[in-house]
Every structure is written in structure tokens, then in C-alpha cells.
Design a protein around this ligand. Structure first.
Ligand SMILES: [Zn+2]
Length: 449
């Protein structure tokens, strides 16, 4: 039965459920049982398809003693994962099951080799239909005017926006990743009521709007970086009526792993396009997220380690109707960003929490872990705003560590690590870079020995 179920559903989905409203209605009325049946069928097909067409998976399965015909779920793959390192060290041709039509590279903190990911136009179109349903769920409608400020260079985000907006048929103005003042000046005449972009860039644009005049905004959907709650509040305070949402994804998955629930309690993940899993969760449920892409023919990924650390959110509070789509909680860090030092096992999330309500510093900050005299020295680089008093900022940072990270505070009072807070002029930390590297481990750096 399930062999017929999948192509039938896909045909219905592509041909009859063209409008985002209809897809959303269907998504809200699917039963968990139906989703898991369809997911299982798609996953079995994916594993066999990849084993047949991709050299990487054929060889990896052989090395791990995996018989593709017997694989029914992630657990059947034992300790096999596809890793970001695999994407960097194998030629992309080893992953390709069909010729690519669009190629992108991953951004991020990794230096040197960028991971490449290829898609077909059909795949981007399919992702876009999911994205459109997610945008519809957030309240986007045909009459809206949308402006995006995404950078095109090797990155998929502007295409994710393009394909997701296409089924909604609203006016889409492509501003691109240009100087904030110019973007503001030029977008003003369109009066967009929805803004899409990267948090750091949109904060700059919002600062310009704060000085020169903002207008009512329906919502902002940001992606590509984490968004702290204080930055969210700032954006919502400048653009009247704006709700600020974050999308969650990575280039490997065309930027659409999940779209934030209108309740802001996490990201809904579609079980019809992904199989997802949290690897070895800790006592609070946090672990690395891994996923398999269910609908791709060019470069499908099987049990791919995302390097993002998150957990499943409680779905009980969600009233948006997508209850059957599980929600991922906020991403608290990346496995390659976690630093074990005498302050604890720290991630950027820690410092977001410490700085959350300190309005005397900007949202741009950077922490460097250095080798101290005896133990580690944590260097916090902050940008005070509007002539704030450095001593008051220092006291507030310490008070927040004491209140929010008691273990860490104990280590600090015992002198296990030194905390050095440095102040910089506004906008000097991020420079022109697209992403500010939040956390740097400089202890292995030869210059610091
Ligand atoms: Zn929801």
C-alpha cells in the first residue's frame, strides 16, 4: 500500500495543493499516523536511491556493513552519520545522484574550505512551497510588499526567499545586501510591510529607520544567524506593529529546516520533507540535530549532522495549528562553537543570556578565550551605546552571571578564570563582515603561547 501512497500524495501535493492556504490547511489536518507512514516510505526509498546513485553512500554503507534494503529508520543506520567533514573532504561528484542546476556554498565560522551543495530547480520550487505555507502561517498575504536584503554571493538565502514568495504572489522587492543607509533610502518608496534579511544587517537598517522614520510593519523574518531576544525587542520597538521571527535552516537544507511558530516557541519541522533526530541528548534534552532530506534527487543527505545544538520544544503551547509538525527549540550553539574552558562548556548562547537585558551595550559582541596566567582568561569585547558608563556595565555583567549561571559564578569567585571586559566604539567589532564570529578559542593560537 505504502508504495502507492507516496507517489499519489506527491502528485496531489504538486498538482492540486498549489495555494499556500490549501497546503497549510492540509498540513493542519494530517494525522501523526499518516505523516509517519509517509515519512517511513520516503525514507526507505531515499536510502535505496542514494545507495544506487551516489558513490559516497554506496561506499559508506558497504564500509559500515549496512544493507540499504534493510534500512527503515535512522536507528537502522547504527553509528553511521554524514558529517560536514564528509562534504569537505569528498569530491561533490561522490554525493551527486543527478546533475545539479544551482550550486551554493555554506557560510559560517569554518575557515578555508566551504561546503558545496547542489540543487535542481524542481527541488528549490518544492522547498519554496513549504516556505510559502510557513510564511502564510506567519500571516503573509497576497497584498503584502516584501523587501529582502539577502546577500547573493554563493548563498542560497535569496533563492529561498524567491521560491517561497512565488506561490504567495505578493510584491517582492529585492534590495540585496547593500549599505544600510542606501537600502533604507531606496526601500522607503515601496513602503514594504514585511522585511527579510540577516539580523546584523537588519539591525543596521533599523538604526537608520529609527533616526529617519519608520513605518508600520507586519513582520520581519530573519535568518542566517541567531537572534537574541533583546535584538528582537529592539527591532519590534522601532517598526511599529512588527512581529520579528527567525527561520532556522542551513544551506545543506536550502535554508528551510523549520519556520518559527507564530507563538515564537520554536521552529516547526515538516516530517514530510525531513527525518530529524537529536543525537545523544543531555539531561535537559539538548543534543546535536541530525536529519535526512526526503524529497531530493540531486544531492540527498542521509542522517546529516547539522552541528546545531538544540532540543525538542514542548508542542503543548502551540496554537498555530501545526501541532502535528514537531517543534525544535532555539538553537543554543554549534558543536564547532562550543568551547570547553575554565568558565564552563560555553557557547554563544551563554553570552546572549548574560547580555540579554543590558541595554547599555549594542548587540555586537565577541568573546575570546585566551590562555591566562594560570587558568583561562575570558575576554568580553563590548560596544557601549550612547555614552554608557563602563563600570555600570561591568557590574551588570557580573550580576547576570551570578543570577543566571551559578556554577560559573562559583568558578569566578574562586578565581578559576579571569574576566576581562573591553570596550570598543560602536560598529567596530562587526566591521563589514556578514557574520560576527561570537566566540573564539585563541588558546591554541601560536601568538598566545
Ligand atoms: Zn505552532
Amino acid at each position: 500500500m505504502s508504495t502507492l501512497l507516496e507517489p499519489t500524495f506527491d502528485w496531489l501535493d504538486r498538482n492540486l495543493l498549489r495555494s499556500p492556504a490549501a497546503r497549510l490547511w492540509i498540513a493542519r489536518h494530517l494525522t501523526p499516523g499518516f505523516i509517519s507512514l509517509l515519512q517511513a516510505s520516503k525514507f526507505r526509498r531515499l536510502v535505496r536511491y542514494a545507495a544506487r546513485h551516489s558513490k559516497f553512500y554506496r561506499e559508506a554503507f558497504r564500509q559500515h556493513g549496512i544493507d540499504p534494503k534493510r534500512v527503515r529508520c535512522h536507528a537502522d543506520l547504527g553509528n553511521f552519520f554524514t558529517t560536514p567533514e564528509d562534504l569537505k573532504t569528498h569530491p561533490i561528484e561522490d554525493f551527486l545522484c543527478a546533475p545539479g542546476e544551482c550550486g551554493f556554498e555554506t557560510t559560517g565560522t569554518s575557515m578555508g574550505i566551504n561546503k558545496r551543495v547542489y540543487f535542481s530547480y524542481q527541488e528549490m520550487f518544492d522547498y519554496g512551497r513549504d516556505g510559502a505555507a510557513g510564511l502564510y502561517n506567519l500571516g503573509m498575504r497576497r497584498g503584502d510588499v516584501v523587501l529582502d536584503g539577502f546577500d547573493y554571493s554563493f548563498w542560497n538565502a535569496p533563492f529561498t526567499a524567491y521560491y517561497s514568495l512565488m506561490p504567495l504572489r505578493c510584491l517582492h522587492v529585492i534590495g540585496g545586501f547593500i549599505e544600510p543607509q542606501e537600502l533604507y533610502d531606496r526601500m522607503k518608496v515601496y513602503r514594504p510591510n514585511v522585511l527579510l534579511g540577516v539580523p546584523t544587517h537588519m539591525v543596521r537598517v533599523t538604526e537608520v529607520a529609527e533616526k529617519n522614520g519608520a513605518w508600520p510593519m507586519k513582520f520581519m523574518l530573519l535568518g542566517g544567524e541567531n537572534l537574541s531576544e533583546r535584538t528582537r525587542k529592539y527591532l519590534e520597538s522601532v517598526w511599529r506593529g512588527a512581529r520579528v521571527y527567525l527561520s532556522y535552516g542551513q544551506t545543506e537544507n536550502f535554508g528551510i529546516t523549520g519556520i518559527e511558530c507564530p507563538e515564537k516557541g520554536g521552529y516547526h519541522v515538516s516530517g514530510l520533507s525531513l527525518v530529524s533526530e537529536i543525537i545523544e541528548p543531555d539531561e535537559n534534552g539538548y543534543g546535536e540535530m541530525a536529519y535526512s532530506t526526503l524529497n531530493r534527487k540531486v544531492m540527498p543527505l542521509i542522517r546529516y549532522r547539522s552541528a546545531d545544538i538544540t532540543r525538542w520544544a514542548d508542542n503543548g503551547t502551540c496554537t498555530c495549528g501545526l501541532k502535528v509538525m514537531p517543534r525544535l527549540d532555539k538553537v543554543v550553539g554549534r558543536t564547532d562553537e562550543l568551547i570547553n574552558c575554565s568558565m564552563g562548556n560555553i557557547s554563544p548562547y551563554w553570552f546572549e543570556e548574560i547580555l540579554r537585558d543590558i541595554t547599555a551595550v549594542s548587540g555586537d559582541w565577541q568573546v575570546i578565550v585566551r590562555r591566562g596566567d594560570r587558568d583561562d582568561a575570558i575576554e568580553m569585547n563590548l560596544e557601549p551605546v550612547n555614552g554608557a558608563n563602563p563600570q555600570a556595565i561591568r557590574e551588570q555583567v557580573l550580576a547576570n552571571i551570578q543570577a543566571r549561571f551559578p556554577d560559573c559564578w562559583r568558578y569566578y569567585t574562586k578565581g578559576f578564570f579571569a574576566l576581562d571586559i573591553k570596550f570598543h566604539p560602536r560598529h567596530s567589532l562587526a566591521g563589514d563582515g556578514r557574520k560576527l564570529r561570537r566566540l573564539i578559542d585563541a588558546r591554541r593560537d601560536a601568538w598566545n603561547k
